[in-house]
Design a protein around this ligand. Structure first.
Ligand SMILES: O=C(O)CC[C@@H]1NC(=O)NC1=O
Ligand SMILES: [Fe+3]
Length: 404
């Protein structure tokens, strides 16, 4: 029968990101068509089926179309901000001094506990709008500033609410094991009990979390404590991710891989054994150059090791008030190329296909492929490298989410 599309974008240059191998899957004189919010055709215009028709035709005049961008690691929902702390650090205060003065994560925890759900949604919207303006169509949002059951659920509900306020897909992650709250009085074992026995079941039973994450670091939780969180997540049927090897090599990447984690994130200090374990497990390396830059880290993540072991590499803003107040995935790509020496092709795959893989959603999003959600970013650029090269100028022409 006749192929009838709801909308078709014609005269475009496509980056499908659909090739399994290197390269961007570029197609000149291309077309993308959608029906019921899903991609129904992608390819050369010349290959459109005979007799096709469309309710709406969009002339792209040679503009480039990529998959909608995916920000696969953010802490977008939180109360207050840490601008004052930024000033203290500029005046020479150390993290430890700031933490002792009640700064750091626990100051954001106080502000988040105080804010009601509407306030958390309201505070996150401007940050979300900045990302949508650059063509983001899917975003991952973590909790982790509640550190008690009620506030962690409040953060996750606020994250879900954002998907009702804007045309965007939101995946949520419970990050209960982010830091020790003041009332824990240093008793980490008891707090991990709370995370495992109350937070994870509550989030799973309420359908509020799509995954579980933890901060495995000297200043946070040990590999044994992290393993307990992973076991509880598995018992609740939730996939896991991990903030791993950010400031030291606790072999967090290896632990994440041994638990078949969707991703291990940060990874500045990951070693060859960790990269090999990730490759065997299919765990995605999520690199976060915003945090590296903002805390003036000097050890770059081992991109050469990830390439050697064919570990998929994703990029994300890690938008959070303490170490990465960054709301630009385009600038994130520039930082990854400039600071980590990732290539243009690696960066573009890292904010589309590989970011979708890091969320376990490559079957739905991340490439221009028939059957996937028709999430597109349409760009006023002459060549793909412009998306990584520029700092600050946003060349987005239009954003499409589920065909609209
Ligand atoms: O400082 C904050 O508010 C979050 C810090 C952030 N969380 C984490 O696990 N690693 C980080 O860099
Ligand atoms: Fe993070």
């Amino acid at each position: 029968g006749r192929k009838r599309y709801d909308r078709i974008w014609l005269g475009a240059r496509l980056l499908t990101l659909d090739g399994a191998g290197p390269g961007l899957g570029a197609i000149e004189n291309g077309a993308v068509a959608c029906r019921d919010g899903r991609i129904a055709f992608v390819g050369r215009e010349a290959d459109l089926p005979g007799g096709w028709d469309a309710a709406e035709r969009v002339a792209c005049e040679g503009r480039w179309i990529t998959p909608g961008l995916v920000d696969c690691h953010t802490h977008l929902v939180y109360g207050g901000d840490r601008a004052h702390e930024f000033e203290l650090r500029l005046a020479g205060a150390s993290y430890e001094e700031i933490a002792r003065a009640g700064g750091g994560i626990v100051s954001t925890v106080a502000a988040t506990r105080e804010a009601d759900e509407d306030a958390l949604v309201g505070a996150a919207l401007p940050r979300l709008d900045a990302l949508l303006a650059e063509g983001v169509t899917t975003i991952e949002i973590k909790s982790g500033y509640g550190l008690d059951v009620a506030t962690e659920m409040k953060q996750l509900r606020a994250a879900r609410r954002l998907a009702a306020e804007r045309p965007v897909s939101v995946t949520t992650t419970l990050l209960g094991a982010h830091a020790l709250p003041p009332e824990a009085k240093g008793d980490k074992a008891a707090f991990i009990d709370l995370v495992c026995r109350e937070m994870i079941p509550a989030a799973a039973n309420a359908g509020l979390a799509d995954a579980v994450d933890a901060f495995c670091e000297g200043i946070a939780f040990s590999t044994d404590e992290t393993a307990r969180v992973f076991e509880a997540a598995k018992a609740a049927g939730l996939p896991v991710k991990l903030h791993a090897d950010q400031l030291s090599n606790l072999h967090g990447a290896r632990l994440a891989a041994h638990h078949a984690a969707l991703s291990a994130d940060h990874l500045e200090h990951t070693d060859d054994e960790g990269a090999a374990a990730m490759a065997r497990a299919g765990t995605v390396a999520v690199l976060l150059p915003g945090a590296f830059y903002f805390i003036r880290e000097t050890k770059v993540p081992p991109v050469a090791l990830f390439r050697r072991h064919a570990v998929p590499m994703a990029l994300a803003t890690d938008c959070n008030p303490g170490t990465s107040p960054l709301t630009s995935l385009l600038l994130t790509m520039n930082m990854a190329a400039t600071l980590f020496r990732m290539t243009v092709d690696e960066c573009l795959a890292a904010v589309t296909r590989e970011a979708a893989r890091a969320l376990g959603r490559l079957d739905e999003i991340g490439t221009l492929s028939v059957g996937k959600s028709c999430d597109l970013a349409i760009w006023n650029i002459e060549r793909p490298a412009e998306l990584v090269y520029r700092m600050g100028l946003n060349p987005l022409h239009a954003r499409v989410w589920r065909g609209r």
